[in-house]
Design a protein around this ligand. Structure first.
Ligand SMILES: [Zn+2]
Length: 200
């Protein structure tokens, strides 16, 4: 889909710097996928909330109907399986299944010069949002798995959170979607340990 122009961005959780090629990087696309899956996780997500994520990632021509949001939810549910995969082989098998069933042929688009050339797996630049979400996400997650030889993301380890996240570069494996969840769980573990110590 669609045209991506410079955004005066106050991102939702956000793409990195407002740079023409950074905004189209594989990592930014994967991050957008995670943010959209999280925004679409409610039973009835408000179109405005989903629109806000798309705008944060530079999409300008966004007018989502409730029906389009419902269709995007179905795409998000399928993509969530990639983040839920326990290991690299399972993530790869899940992506292969989605690529086989839900994407078109690989092609390049520059949206008539409005963006850098980048690959697409949806069938046309004006494909429905749900198709675009699934195709662009499968592509980015596939490249990340290829590049790193590990799952492209995960699901937050906090029992009170369903968010997904993208694994960043190297370093110790990430377990939580956000610093907020990591802190909450650390405090909870600390309290449990103290309660146990103080128990008679
Ligand atoms: Zn979380």
């Amino acid at each position: 889909m669609r045209y991506i122009r410079p955004v005066p961005s106050t991102p939702v959780s956000g793409p990195a710097p407002d740079d023409w090629s950074t905004r189209h990087s594989v990592l930014t696309t994967a991050q957008r996928t995670a943010d959209l899956i999280n925004a679409l996780a409610d039973d009835h997500p408000a179109p405005a909330d989903v629109t806000a994520v798309l705008r944060a990632y530079g999409e300008t021509d966004v007018g989502l109907s409730p029906r389009e949001v419902t269709e995007m939810r179905a795409s998000a549910a399928l993509l969530r399986e990639v983040f839920a995969a326990e290991d690299t082989n399972t993530a790869a098998a899940t992506l292969n299944r989605l690529l086989h069933a839900h994407t078109g042929r690989l092609r390049l688009s520059s949206h008539d010069g409005a963006t850098p050339w980048h690959p697409h797996l949806d069938r046309a630049d004006d494909a429905p949002w749900a198709e675009w979400l699934l195709a662009s996400s499968c592509l980015a997650l596939t490249v990340l798995l290829w590049d790193r030889q590990r799952p492209p993301g995960g699901t937050c380890a906090s029992p009170s959170c369903d968010n997904v996240y993208v694994t960043q570069g190297s370093g110790p494996p990430r377990r939580y979607c956000s610093r907020r969840c990591a802190t909450r769980e650390r405090v909870a573990a600390h309290r449990r340990a103290r309660a146990q110590r103080e128990a008679p």
